[in-house]
Design a protein around this ligand. Structure first.
Ligand code: ATP
Length: 436
């Protein structure tokens, strides 16, 4: 049986991954339990608590009813039910369903998971599948967590039946002892830098070198002490072994869609019409307004899309040095921006500079005296005031650029869970500039 859980936490405490870790450890005394999955869903969903995460895991066959009782009890005990935005949901896919699932049903689960990461769903969308597949489930309060819970079990089913179907990474999360929660986290910084140096790039987003800070521990009162992300279980455990920190209550390894860019909808031929709020895209366009820094230190510019519609793009102040890359853009650069659309603006997570514009138009120089010619009036060409020579058009000269073509990204300190760090990219034909 596969079990999916979501929406048990609030900003004041708890974390659905912690509830999952508690359950997995408890259930291991009853039956075999798989490595749990942590799926990050649409990062633009307004009612998320933090990272829009949901979890799922599989248990061995025999004890389905007993396991369901334990899950119900823990979700009831540990969810932050007094908090307004906490609306837990749990979905079970029993072995009777798993053993008889057909291609069409699997396709519907696939579509549900993918829509949950890239689009916006309603509770009704979840209920249609839950009732058609006759899935046992339960929810508390407004039960919105059923959406994430169904998405998390769907991801599990797909990965289980088609192991190469989705890119995935790992995160090992360490949880704090009860008496320490809410207090300052005790982590020996120097050991974190050593652990990173010993395992990067198989682990990533533990530290941010350019900004001289560690980024693997939250600042909230939640039970998470820290999480180590990476592509290799062995490297993650090696890093864990090198880090000195307060004693933990438990730790749990998750298989996850973090760092995969799965939220991005690719639009090679992007039109303004296609863009919708709360969706994330990879958008091809041509820079049509030079970048400018606005109040707060954010940098904005616009791109022209294939239908000649334009859209504003922004890099916020917290992306720090990434803004220098953006500031170096010029009108005419052919680029691809990756990010979410909100209020008519794309919040850039990464950018590919596909073809830089090296051409600059300047007033022509006089063939006789070499001085710069002046405009002779609108659409009337250029004239040398001294020699009287005339030229119809401007000169086109080649300029130097402070940047080169290739892929650039926001730094780890400002990275979204789902964003794929460039260090994970295997693009032989593109130059990557990992921000670390
Ligand atoms: P944390 O990261 O700390 O676990 P969270 O950010 O995951 O918290 P939740 O408390 O899980 O936030 O709240 C997100 C809510 O949004 C859940 O009820 C989930 O079912 C719902 N949800 C997730 N993705 C979508 C989507 N694509 N469309 C509609 N609702 C969604």
């Amino acid at each position: 049986m596969i079990i999916g859980i979501d929406d048990t936490d609030s900003r004041k405490g708890m974390c659905t991954t912690y509830l999952c870790a508690v359950l997995v450890d408890e259930l291991k005394k009853l039956c075999d339990v798989s490595t749990p999955r942590l799926v990050r869903l649409n990062p633009c969903i307004p009612f998320k608590t933090r990272g829009n995460g949901a979890v799922s895991f599989e248990i061995s066959a025999e004890k389905e009813e007993q396991v369901k009782e334990v899950v119900r009890a823990r979700v009831n005990d540990l969810s932050e039910l007094n908090e307004e935005g906490t609306n837990p949901g749990v979905v079970f896919i029993g072995d009777n369903v798993l053993n008889t699932i057909n291609d069409e049903q699997e396709e519907r689960l696939k579509h549900f998971y993918e829509t949950a990461v890239r689009d916006v769903l309603t509770l009704e969308d979840a209920y249609v599948i839950i009732s058609d597949l006759r899935l046992d489930h339960f929810g508390l309060k407004n039960k919105r967590g059923l959406i994430g819970a169904l998405a998390a079990v769907s991801f599990f089913v797909l990965q289980r039946n088609k192991p190469n179907c989705y890119d995935f990474t790992y995160e090992l999360i360490a949880y704090r002892r009860k008496e320490r929660r809410g207090k300052t986290r005790v982590i020996d910084e120097a050991s974190v830098w050593k652990a990173d140096a010993a395992t990067y790039p198989l682990t990533w987003d533990t530290v941010d070198v350019a900004n001289n800070t560690t980024v693997f521990a939250p600042h909230s009162p939640c039970p998470v002490l820290f999480g180590i992300r990476g592509d290799s279980e062995a490297a993650i455990y090696k890093a864990y072994g090198l880090i000195h920190a307060e004693p933990v209550e438990r730790k749990m390894l998750f298989i996850t869609n973090q760092g995969t860019d799965f939220h991005l909808i690719p639009l090679d031929v992007a039109t303004k019409e296609q863009l919708r709020e709360f969706h994330s895209y990879g958008l091809d366009g041509v820079v049509c307004s030079n970048p400018r820094t606005v109040e707060g230190g954010h940098v904005v510019f616009s791109i022209a899309l294939s239908d000649s519609g334009t859209i504003e793009c922004i890099t916020y102040e917290p992306t720090k040095g990434f803004r220098s890359t953006i500031r170096a853009l010029r009108v005419g650069d052919l680029i691809r921006v990756y990010g979410s659309e909100k209020n008519g603006t794309v919040n850039i997570e990464k950018i590919e500079l596909k073809q830089l514009n090296y051409a600059e138009e300047r007033n022509p120089r006089c063939a006789k005296c070499g001085r710069s010619m002046k405009s002779a009036g609108q659409l009337q060409g250029y004239r040398c005031k001294r020699c009287g020579t005339y030229r119809a058009d401007k000169d086109v000269v080649t300029v130097n650029r402070a940047i080169e073509e290739g892929l650039y990204e926001a730094p780890p300190v400002a990275r979204r869970h789902l964003s794929k760090p460039l260090v994970r990219m295997r693009a032989a034909d593109k130059k990557i500039h990992p921000n670390r």
